[in-house]
Design a protein around this ligand. Structure first.
Ligand code: AMP
Length: 136
């Protein structure tokens, strides 16, 4: 897609530190890493976010996440990972081309990257009812 920075990387129009490539996916280092070895995995074909993807691509994304995470562990000494995808600007999405972040964590680093909000059982029950009522 025109003006999509990740499509330009796929097309070879702008450079990246490539980690992995197959017919469907491309993976490279994040240029503004959250941590050492922060890797991005993208489907080559442009879709705005993960919710727009064919679920079949999920199998390859999981397989390649496993393969690259193992290499980050062995190559850089990572102990743990946050594997996340941001969907929509309120969630922090800045590049509107589906991508998965593999963010390594090293021994002694802080654990959670979000803050839990206070709630109660009544609120949780109401929320669950509203979500379940809309499941197809
Ligand atoms: P998100 O906020 O989930 O949309 O994440 C987009 C990510 O893409 C950010 O972490 C950026 O640092 C990263 N990014 C943007 N442009 C490039 C680029 N040219 N090469 C590598 N990573 C990039």
């Amino acid at each position: 897609m025109k003006n999509c920075i990740f499509c330009k990387i796929v097309a070879g129009e702008i450079p990246c530190n490539k980690i992995y490539e197959d017919e469907e996916l491309l993976s490279f280092l994040d240029i503004n890493p959250a941590n050492k070895g922060h890797v991005i995995i993208i489907p080559k074909k442009h879709k705005e976010n993960l919710l727009e993807e064919n679920p079949k691509i999920g199998e390859n994304i999981v397989k390649i996440s496993q393969k690259i995470s193992k290499a980050i562990k062995e190559g850089l000494g990572a102990k743990s990972f946050n594997i996340v995808t941001n969907i929509g600007k309120e969630a922090g999405q800045e590049v509107f081309h589906t991508h998965i972040h593999l963010i390594p964590k090293y021994e002694g680093e802080e654990t959670h990257f979000w803050k839990a909000k206070k709630t109660n059982i009544t609120e949780l029950t109401l929320q669950a009812e509203k979500i379940i009522s809309k499941l197809d």
